[in-house]
Write a protein that binds this ligand. Structure first.
Ligand SMILES: [Mn+2]
Length: 365
């Protein structure tokens, strides 16, 4: 028997023969049936769409056992409405500016992704001194690496300053968003968050979402540098300085915020125009084999969070725009290329670091 339910759109739910032949599913996905079932307010008794969904899910597993059955049944029943009720705490985006550090070094590092141990080893190697030095991060502190749950401990360090990355934003939606958003973050390495008690989840993500979207740091040169996780929306930093960040809608659904958190356009297009009125803009988000400079945009996520695949942390000194040196270490004559696996998302062009740094420092563009 074939029953048709029309609830806003037409679809088919297979019953009868389909029960004994789960492959006759008519292309209906379980979520579609669930959505229909929820919207129609149907009961979940025998012969209902929900029971058919369960039957179809069962047929997918070769080695079915009671535990799996209960798990899937739970998942099916626990599916909430597709659009989550808007119970999020209010979000206010911001930009934070830092004055010149006259006491020590200012360094910038790419995505950390929970690899705080490897980062600490690199800081130790270059004799980072938290009493006078500052470390700035381009966001994505969490997920994938082993120590994401240390993130608040790191944010408490007075010398550690970071912006918001898309992973921090995804974590916020994980806790306060829909089931889609939760799963989206889990699949991006965010399972650790769901394993924390609910009150800790809320404490973590409320702290993360309060991070500034943009940081500006004054350097000893006459110009400041900027940090944005993914994409710089404007070709002039003055336009960012003039923005009223508090007017950006807190749901993150506007072009500027999306660009800051997600855009890879400058790199994909190899767009080399210099961002005016700023010495350099640092980005993470894209993992590259060796840090890359396009115009004065620096892409510095060199995969320090996946050391087993040849990744390493790039820490650049904001005064020189060159890698931070260990005590007694000579400046590198050339930058070596460390191969990352082919899963690395994009090909990496030759670094133009030295030439660009010279040009920037000589004031030419
Ligand atoms: Mn990212």
């Amino acid at each position: 028997m074939l029953c048709t339910y029309g609830i806003g759109w037409s679809f088919l739910v297979a019953t009868g023969n389909a029960r004994s032949d789960p492959s006759a599913s008519h292309g209906l996905r379980p979520r579609d049936a669930l959505r229909a079932q929820i919207q129609a307010g149907m009961d979940s008794g025998p012969g209902s769409p929900l029971s058919e969904v369960r039957a179809r899910l069962r047929s997918r597993y070769q080695n079915w056992d009671k535990g799996q059955e209960e798990e899937v049944a739970y998942r099916v029943e626990a599916l909430p409405p597709i659009i989550a009720p808007m119970t999020r705490p209010p979000v206010t985006f911001s930009m934070k500016t830092f004055g010149l550090n006259e006491l020590g070094r200012d360094l910038v590092v790419g995505d950390i992704h929970g690899a705080f141990g490897a980062l600490q080893r690199e800081l130790d190697r270059i004799a980072f001194d938290g009493a006078v030095d500052r470390l700035f991060c381009v966001g994505d502190l969490i997920d994938r690496g082993p120590l994401s749950d240390q993130v608040l401990w790191w944010l408490d360090k007075p010398w550690f300053h970071t912006i918001l990355g898309n992973h921090e934003w995804m974590a916020f939606l994980h806790v306060y968003g829909s089931s889609f958003e939760r799963r989206f973050h889990e699949n991006a390495g965010g399972k650790w968050l769901g394993e924390l008690p609910r009150d800790e989840q809320e404490a973590v993500v409320q702290r993360l979402v309060a991070l500034p979207l943009v940081i500006e740091v004054q350097t000893a040169s006459d110009r400041a540098v900027g940090l944005i996780h993914a994409g710089c929306y404007f070709d002039s930093w003055d336009l960012i300085r003039q923005m009223d960040f508090s007017q950006l809608s807190g749901d993150g659904e506007n072009d500027f915020v999306r660009c800051c958190l997600w855009s890879t356009e400058r790199y994909k297009r190899q767009y080399r125009r210099v961002v005016d009125k700023v010495r350099a803009v640092f980005h993470g988000h894209l993992t590259v084999r060796q840090h890359v400079v396009l115009g004065n945009s620096f892409f510095i996520d060199t995969g320090g969070w996946m050391p087993d695949s040849g990744g390493f942390f790039t820490l650049l000194d904001l005064a020189t725009l060159m890698p931070a040196l260990a005590p007694g270490e000579a400046p590198p004559a050339g930058l070596s290329v460390v191969p990352l696996p082919s899963a690395s998302p994009l090909p990496v062009p030759m670094s133009q670091h030295s030439r660009v740094a010279r040009l920037l420092d000589s004031g030419k563009k």
